[in-house]
Write a protein that binds this ligand. Structure first.
Ligand SMILES: [Zn+2]
Length: 478
């Protein structure tokens, strides 16, 4: 963005706006935390086995907060069907809102989700999961970080710019607060298609990721995709006594072990031809940190090559996450005829999930020992994502983060996936996508004792308010 001094010599009003926004965010912070606390108290678990009424209630509560902002032309709770069948079940309720852009300003879509993961066992929590509790600098509770704080970052940022700029600002804003992210976003694609007119935007902020540490903001620029399937390896029509035929016919476990062993090199790198890696610069992160964070046992070495973060963010990985075979307790002297395994792979940004699946499948078919029979089923796919960081939205967001945090953001990757981002890109290919967030390395999203660091939250909220103000001040040709 080019800034120039007005001809009359007055200074530009941006610094003043920044100070005012900082003050507004700070003054409203206790009220923001109070709103967040009320949202966290609603146990809006979106999984099928949980009471759907809580997800309805949290949609209502979010919609009320959004209406209270007084800046939207439309605020509604909507849902879409899961799949294309005539009698398809409906997805969970999402809150959408929109105000039109004026005077050539862009429109930004703000995304977060109001549903949460199941809490797990209450006894694993130091305080009750849906009784938000402040300990030190952190607010504990299921959804306190993921992603009700993301919801409140959007609401708080809009409140701040409304207070400073007035409700009459020019920036277009669309809001999409999903209700089923933690249960797989099953109606997401239909929802986007049916609500295109409400959600269409020049830039999309997905507030559902994290920050490098408590002092360093981050833009998430790379997300690995996912491929998983069940593989059945069979060698015999029926089980036989190992004493009678062992040594002459292969059992399925031997075939499976030999086959699975071909998936990795001796150093643990993935050895599947056709799987690609991305070229990504990674921040400093050493083996000691990896050991501490993962509980790697003394004497056990890490696997793979390249920087540790490039292995997690930019290279593929393959893990066998389950094996169906006789249990040790039930083991008899039998040649096992058939073994099933669950193979779970992470796909590097830059490769499609379908291509990665084809490469792994073809590797298995080419390396199968003894002519064993292979069957594949129960596929799950998720696209990886690599952000184009060359657009104006990234530049504005980086500047806003640096201003709010007093430190330039680092670009990070995420080893896991957020599959719905690929669907956003597919529906809105020309929109610039910014994956931001309110989490920090100790937030423990999805785990017991999930928490939000209040300092990180306030800085992330201010960064978003500054970002919105910058877009509101953006002229068409800058
Ligand atoms: Zn989330």
């Amino acid at each position: 963005m080019t800034e120039s001094l007005p001809a009359d010599g007055a200074t530009t009003d941006l610094p003043t706006t920044s100070d005012a926004l900082r003050g507004a965010v700070e003054a409203a912070f206790p009220a923001t935390i109070a709103d967040l606390t009320r949202l966290v108290k609603i146990p809006s678990v979106s999984w099928a086995a949980f009471d759907a009424a809580h997800v309805e209630a949290s949609a209502e509560a979010v919609a009320e907060l959004v209406r209270g902002l007084g800046v939207f032309d439309l605020v509604e709770i909507r849902r879409a069907a899961i799949g294309d069948e005539a009698d398809a079940p409906m997805g969970k309720p999402a809150v959408v809102a929109r105000r039109a852009a004026r005077n050539g300003r862009p429109t930004v879509l703000l995304y977060a989700h109001h549903d949460v993961q199941p809490p797990g066992d209450d006894t694993d929590w130091e305080s009750t999961p849906f009784e938000p509790t402040l300990r030190g600098d952190r607010l504990y509770g299921r959804g306190a970080a993921d992603d009700k704080a993301g919801v409140m970052a959007h609401i708080g940022a809009i409140r701040a710019i409304t207070e400073v700029l007035g409700a009459d600002f020019d920036l277009g804003i669309a809001l999409f607060i999903e209700g089923e992210e933690e249960s797989g976003s099953l109606s997401f694609a239909n929802f986007l298609r049916e609500n295109r007119d409400v959600l269409e935007a020049d830039a999309i902020v997905v507030a559902d990721s994290g920050n490098w540490d408590l002092e360093t903001p981050s833009l998430t620029v790379a997300l690995r995709g996912a491929v998983a399937f069940r593989l059945r390896v069979s060698t015999l029509a029926h089980a036989s006594h190992s004493g009678m035929f062992g040594g002459a016919v292969p059992d399925a476990m031997l075939a499976a072990i030999q086959l699975l062993a071909t998936l990795h090199d001796a150093d643990g790198s993935v050895a599947v031809e056709g799987l690609t890696s991305a070229d990504l610069e990674t921040p400093a992160y050493d083996e000691a940190q990896l050991r501490a964070e993962t509980g790697l046992l003394d004497g056990v070495t890490p696997i793979g090559t390249g920087t540790i973060l490039s292995r997690i963010w930019a290279q593929p990985s393959i893990t066998i996450t389950g094996i169906d075979a006789p249990t040790v307790a039930n083991a008899s002297n039998t040649l096992v005829p058939s073994v099933a395994v669950r193979l779970s792979a992470r796909v590097a940004p830059g490769q499609t999930d379908v291509d990665a699946l084809a490469a792994i499948r073809s590797h298995l078919e080419q390396h199968v020992p003894f002519g064993a029979k292979l069957e594949f089923d129960a596929f799950e796919l998720g696209q990886p994502f690599l952000v184009d960081t060359s657009g104006w939205a990234v530049a504005e967001s980086n500047a806003a983060m640096e201003e709010a945090w007093g430190k330039a953001p680092v670009e990070i990757g995420v080893g896991g996936s957020i599959p719905f981002i690929a669907e956003l890109v597919a529906e809105f290919p020309s929109a610039q996508i910014l994956v931001t967030g309110v989490e920090d390395p100790d937030s423990r999203a999805h785990s017991p004792n999930e928490s939000l660091h209040l300092g990180v939250f306030q800085r992330a909220l201010l960064a978003e308010a500054l970002f919105l103000a910058r877009l509101d001040a953006r002229s068409e040709d800058s």
